[in-house]
Design a protein around this ligand. Structure first.
Ligand code: ATP
Ligand code: MG
Length: 281
């Protein structure tokens, strides 16, 4: 559904995206994971026509990102990283404005679609309040509603749950899953490892503009080793990876320090592959 070959983007001397290859398949929830400045937003902005690449090719449903922009605009919905609401308008008014931007002309059809969207993102009760008065989670749901209005096939969500409390974050995951079950292909960026692990069928880990891994979360864990032994060494805590608990247990028996044995998570994969913690600046 999305084919990316050797994509690069520079800002002056700085290379934000340093030649990435990636394929996102129809119907998947795909996660782009990485620390601050990894190049996630830059990649999403290029895919959503908000920024121009320097080189490489990007095709969405076979359409070229530079030649077929009108077609691509119909196919994609975008929820940007930063607030894109008019906070002086109500939820419903924001949706009406969005309908105009997409040239949805039939008034009755548009009104019905807006009602459906308000229902879907659970904002019906608050539709006629100014969006300034919405909570962070409600604002994000409204932004998702705006992105869905023209019935896109692919939805891009840049950090959909940043700043949301854990409960609201889980509700957002449910909403994303629901859209996906209804047939939407979803590409999201996140630095919350758990989010990628729970939600995404496949993840790509980006670091300093490059892709360091791309696979199913389970496969990535298998690659580094399913079981981790955490223990103290002279230079601090270290993680050692094993394919199974037996191997880990026999390693622990020869250790002279206390150790924790646990299942590997995606954060371990990330540190192992990049030498950085996910939220290191
Ligand atoms: N408009 C711009 N002008 C100059 N440099 C930019 C611009 N946008 C991004 N960059 C740089 O490109 C690199 C990648 O930034 P990007 O915003 O894509 O990272 P990110 O992975 O989305 O990070 P975050 O997790 O903080 O959102 C960074 O070094 C950033 O400073
Ligand atoms: Mg970003």
């Amino acid at each position: 559904m999305i084919n990316i070959e050797n994509l690069t983007k520079r800002f002056g001397e700085r290379i934000a995206v340093a030649g990435i290859d990636m394929e996102i398949k129809s119907g998947e929830i795909f996660g782009l994971l990485g620390p601050n400045g990894a190049g996630k937003t830059t990649t999403v902005r290029i895919l959503t026509l908000l920024s121009r690449k320097n080189s490489g090719t990007v095709k969405i449903c076979g359409y070229d990102i530079e030649k077929d922009t009108e077609k691509i605009k119909e196919l994609i919905g975008v929820v940007p990283q930063h607030m894109s609401l008019d906070q002086d308008l109500t939820g419903r008014e924001n949706l009406i404005l969005q309908a105009r931007l997409h040239h949805l002309k039939n008034k009755a059809v548009t009104e019905q679609r807006i009602d459906e969207i308000l229902e879907f993102v659970e904002l019906k009760d608050r539709a006629d309040d100014k969006s300034r008065r919405y909570s962070g989670g409600m604002k994000r749901r409204l932004m998702i509603g705006m992105a869905l209005l023209h019935q896109p096939k692919i939805l891009f969500l840049d950090e959909p749950t940043v700043g949301l409390d854990p409960q609201v974050r889980r509700k957002m995951w449910d909403l994303i899953r629901k859209m996906n079950e209804d047939g939407m292909t979803v590409l999201l960026t996140t630095h919350y490892i758990e989010e990628a692990d729970q939600l995404c069928k496949r993840v790509a880990i980006m670091n300093k503009g490059r892709l360091v891994a791309i696979d199913k979360p389970e496969k990535l864990k298998e690659k580094v080793g399913r079981i981790v032994v955490e223990h103290m060494e002279a230079d601090g805590m270290t993680n050692k990876f094993f394919d199974d608990r037996e191997q880990a247990a026999s390693y622990v028996t020869v250790l002279k320090t206390n150790a924790i044995v646990r299942e590997a998570n995606l954060e371990d994969v990330f540190i192992e592959l990049t030498g950085r913690r996910v939220n290191d600046q």
